[in-house]
Each structure stands twice: as C-alpha cells, then as structure tokens.
Design a protein. Structure first.
Length: 419
RNA sequence: GUGGGCGUAGCUCAGUCGGUAGAGCUCCUGGUUGUGGUCCAGGCGGUCGGGGGUUCGAGUCCCCUCGCUCACCCCA
C-alpha cells in the first residue's frame, strides 16, 4: 500500500510565480498608501484565545458558531485560528496600552485568516486580507478617511465594476430597540416568511432583509427600517460622514438593509462589491465598532476599520502581467570540472558584492542550455568561464570577447551606468 | 452545511462501441568537433484524484470518497 498523495488542505493554496509577484505589488501599494496616512503595520498571532472571538465577533454569528478552526493545547485551553483581524487588533490595542498614545491609533495589516467554509472561487479556508483600523476617535472624519483610503486602494489595484453601499447601525441601544421592533414585526407576519428566516428571528432578524424568498420579500417591503429609528447624534454622525464622502467625490448608495455577519459594528457600516465577481462579490467591508474595545476589557474606546479580500481584489482586478526583475550577469560554465566551477563561483560572489543581480549555472546544462537559461532570466551579460579564459557576451548586441576574469564585474558595472 | 458540473503527463487538453494511454506547451539533449530567444529531431514525464464493484478485460459502466468549480448560504 502506497502512501496517499500529499496535497494542500481543502480550501488552501500555494502562492507562486506571478501570484506571488502580484501580491507583493498589492502589499507595496497598501503599505505606501496607508503608511502615508499614518497607519502603522501590525501583525498579530495566527491563533488567539477562542474567547477573544466569541466575545468580540459574537457567539451567534456564523463565523463563531460554525466556521472557526479551534483546537486545544495540552492544558485544556482553547485556541482558534484567527477568522478576522479586528478583534485581535483591538486585543493588541488594549494589551499594549495604546489608549495612552495619541489618538486615534491607526494600524494596518496584511495577513491570512481562517474560516471553515465550503470553498469556491474567491472563497477559501485560508484567505488573505489587507485591513486598516483607526482606534480611539469617534470623529466622522475618521470614517470618511478610512473609507476613502480603501476606495483609493481598490482603484489603484484596478478593481473593476466597484460599488459602495453604506448604512448606519446607530448605537447598540437603538439597534436593540429596533431589533425588538423588527422581531415583533416578523413574528406578526411569520406565516409568510421562509423557514430559514423564521428560524433566525431570534438569532439575527436583520438577515430577513437579505432574501430572495418571495413571501419574505413582500413582508420586508413594509418592515421597519433601522435608519428610521436611529438616535439624533447617530443620524448626525452618519450625515456628516456622507457629506465628507460627497465632498471627496465618492459615489455610494445608502442601503438601510445592509447587514454584516459580525456583532461588533455600530454606526457607520459599508461594503464594496464588484460586479466582475460571481456570487462572492464582496471585495471589502467594514465599519465602526465603538463598543468593541470596552467589550474586550479595555477602556471605552471608539474604533473604525475595514478589511479587503486579497484574492477577490486580484480576481476583480485588471489582468496584469508580472515578471521577475531581469538579472544583469549570468555566469556560465565554459568547460566541465572543478577549476571552472570554482572560478565561476568566485566571479558570482564578486559580482554580488559589487551589487549586481547575478546568477550562475546550477543545473548541469550544456552551453547551449546555459545560454538559453541566461536568456530566459533576461540576463544582459553572460560570462563564460573556463579554467583559463573567460569570455564576456552581450546578450542584447550579441557581441562577445575574451577578457581577463577580474575585469568582468567592472565591465558590466560600467556598461550598466552608461545605459 | 445543501444541490448541480468537473477531475487523464508540470500546464492546456484529446481519448470513438469498455480491449491496460496520446497531442501541444514546458523542461533536457542533439542538429552547431560545447555559444541564447526561430526551426528540425529525439528524450524525460501518467498506478487516467483515491478506494471498492461489475467484467475475460475499466480512463471509459456502477458505488463510495477526496478535491476543484457553479449556485444557495455566508463573507473578504
């Protein structure tokens, strides 16, 4: 019996080649954009106490109730592979006493997250998100800045057919009150609702707005809307955020039925989708979470943030070709044997010390094969090293001459500067 | 988690009525008594996702399973 073939686990993938280069480019863009806006990079542990997500994200959410990869260490403690980035970031904010720093504290991350969902294109069990969190200020300008930065990032990444939907959830109190009102309304019309919606009346009545079920849709047409039940200061906050987005020239659609599957959101809530994607059309989402830090045991501290899916940005982005940077010198072996190989290696080391992007033949190829290799690497020059002689070949002009080996690096550097 | 489609070399795929596998690309070698991106020739490479079953015989039919994918769901 032979061992079964080893494969990457379901819903996971290796990142190679052009994918790796595309992601590097995205990370560089995000770093430049967010760094210039005062966001500091943060990386939190891949796993955290299960309790962090249970308390932060919410027990009744899909994420916590059925999608977490949890495990116990030897001592009976329960840990969970992070399913999202906001709760860990807030945990770090509290743990490092960041409320003592100048507020708001702005943090960004690019990391992988884990949810046990059924995979399909654009939805993976290990997926990557770039996220930004601004913690410590309730100023509506924080919301507007945060959303604007995200819009800029998506534009820079060439994400096609983007739409922004915006809403406000208000305070937890108003939301709670509204929630009860909505539940009462749903119960009063229960017989017309779909089974799934009916089953979720207690857990998450807001879901009822997100349905294709005809009967439910009919009922929801005249259902009470959260936006009509917000408190005055929440309405003002929302209006101010909208005003600033208008001034920034951002197009958006106010959608009072917008729902997020995480419990911590308050006030501003938004989602970017791309019609270039299939069912997994959400590219980025976020909002304000003014009670989360306190809920996790820190001082009462408002927060605002978002996360964008790397795979979805790339899927919805304009097709771009990435190629590794060409090298400047390829050191080929002009003859077999240790003497030539050692001379070649010494030249390689010398070239790199001089700052050249250089590679040498490592594959045992014929000279024809070596030149093909050099060509594929985009090498400008090839040094063909023998135990005695060394030839320097210009791969663009095609010229070649025998030169003293210790002048090769100098010659390449000089032509490099002339270009 | 539910339902549908698909799963043959590293990649893209062909495989007729069941008769134990092919092409192109890639890679390597040769044509050039060692000198690249074209061309020509050759070569490496597959327990046909995995496991059972039917059959004299299964890549082809049946069942199970794993994976991908589409929709639902959910979300980034």
């Amino acid at each position: 019996m032979s061992a079964p073939k080893l494969k990457a686990p379901r819903g996971t993938f290796d990142i190679l080649g052009e994918q790796a280069l595309a992601r590097e480019a995205l990370e560089a863009r995000a770093g430049a954009l967010l760094g210039a806006a005062g966001y500091e990079r943060i990386e939190t542990p891949v796993f955290e106490s299960t309790d962090l997500f249970a308390r932060g994200v919410g027990e009744s959410t899909d994420i916590v109730s059925k999608e977490m990869f949890s495990f116990e260490d030897g001592s009976g403690r329960s840990y969970t592979l992070r399913p999202e980035g906001t709760a860990p970031t807030c945990r770090a904010y509290i743990e490092h006493g960041m409320h003592k720093r100048r507020q708001p504290v702005k943090l960004w991350y690019l990391s992988s997250f884990f949810r046990r969902e059924r995979p399909q294109d654009g939805r993976y069990r290990e997926f990557w998100q770039v996220g930004a969190e601004a913690i410590g200020s309730a100023d509506p300008a924080v919301d507007a800045e945060s959303i604007t930065l995200l819009a800029t990032l998506l534009t820079q990444m060439g994400v096609r057919e983007v739409r922004l939907r915006l809403s406000s959830l208000g305070s937890p109190e108003a939301r709670g009150e509204y929630r009860e009102r909505l539940q009462a309304y749903l119960r009063a019309n229960e017989e017309a609702l779909s089974a799934e919606v009916r089953a979720r009346i207690d857990l998450n009545p807001l879901r009822a707005f997100d349905t294709d079920h005809p009967g439910t849709r009919e009922v929801m047409k005249s259902a009470p809307l959260l936006l009509d039940h917000l408190e005055q200061d929440d309405l003002e906050h929302f209006a101010e955020v909208r005003g600033m987005l208008d001034d920034a020239g951002l197009l958006y659609e106010v959608d009072p039925t917008l729902v997020r599957g995480l419990d911590y959101y308050t006030r501003t809530l938004f989602e970017f989708t791309s019609d270039a994607l299939g069912a997994q059309s959400g590219v980025a989402g976020g909002g304000r979470y003014d009670r989360l830090v306190e809920q996790l045991g820190g001082p009462a501290t408002p927060g605002m943030g978002w996360a964008a899916g790397i795979e979805r940005i790339l899927l919805a982005g304009e097709a771009q070709h990435f190629a590794p940077a060409p090298i400047e010198l390829f050191v080929a072996l002009g003859e077999d044997g240790e003497a030539a190989r050692r001379a070649a290696f010494a030249l390689l080391v010398e070239a790199r010390s001089a700052g050249l992007a250089a590679q040498m033949e490592l594959g045992g190829r014929s000279l024809k094969g070596q030149l093909g290799q050099a060509s594929a690497l985009g090498a400008r020059y090839v040094a063909i090293v023998g135990a005695g002689e060394t030839a320097l070949r210009d791969m663009q002009g095609g010229g070649q001459q025998t030169v003293p080996r210790d002048t090769v690096v100098h010659a390449v550097l000089r032509s490099h500067h002339e270009i």
